[in-house]
Design a protein around this ligand. Sequence first.
Ligand code: BG6
Length: 288
Amino acid sequence: SAATQATSVVVLDRGNNTTCTINLHGATVVSWRVNNQEQLFVSKLASFDGKKAIRGGIPFVFPQFGPWSFGPQHGFARVTRWSLEKPPERMHNGDVEAIFSLMDNEFTRSMWNYQFRITYRLILREKELHFHIGVYNPSKDLSFTFNMLLHTYLKVPDVRRCQITGLRGCTFIDKTREGAIYQEGREIVTIGEWTDRIYQHTPQEHVITNVVSGRKMRLHKYNFPDTVIWNPWIDQAREMSDFGDDEFPNMLCVESGHVSSPVILLPGTSFEASQILQIIIEGNVNRK
Ligand code: BG6
């Protein structure tokens, strides 16, 4: 119903038409507007039925990346309803913070029989969005392993004109070639075909050019050793029921993850990781 839909969405509003919208279904960031300009891609065919993963924005991938024998592809976190731990709150500097959480429940234990607690803290700044994740293992005796990834769909005018820095020298698993492993030789990576790569041991920072308004986006990550680059291109796009055939030029997934090796979490310990997305405004160094 409309009422259920409405209560499923949490908005961080920083003023100046700068907002971030989170759908509790998967704690999926479904919109990030900076001065009214949308930064994230969401497919026009995305499903918001509270069952399927939302096609676009920033789905939260946990505890599995990719196909999973015990549950859905990319794990259950993106298809589970999260709780709003702390409603949006304006801080003294004007930034807005909200905290979301997910704990094990009957549904998660049916696939993955572990106790866990995730806190997901989002901070909306003027030109930045910060993501801080904590995973806690409350068990007294059981360890568990997991993958985690922020599946960021950037909105771009034309993916063929985007450039991604920071990948040179990194090895990558090419999922379009049965998982063959290569080493990246390019200083600047461009996308001109179906691309599905797990770059390993990537540096903390990537810059992506030609995002909305021809601007640059800086992605900064901590405790996420991998960077996944994905664009389905035309044929794979046709295979997806919740993605328009003509939409692939307008998105680029650059995903911070801990996926090519698992995180091992011992009893009573926690794991933390974070990401910052920052719009780089060039050509105006004067501050008012
Ligand atoms: C990417 C994977 O992260 O997500 C791709 O590397 C996958 O292999 C893509 O196709 C989309 O996955 P899904 O489950 O949202 O269709």
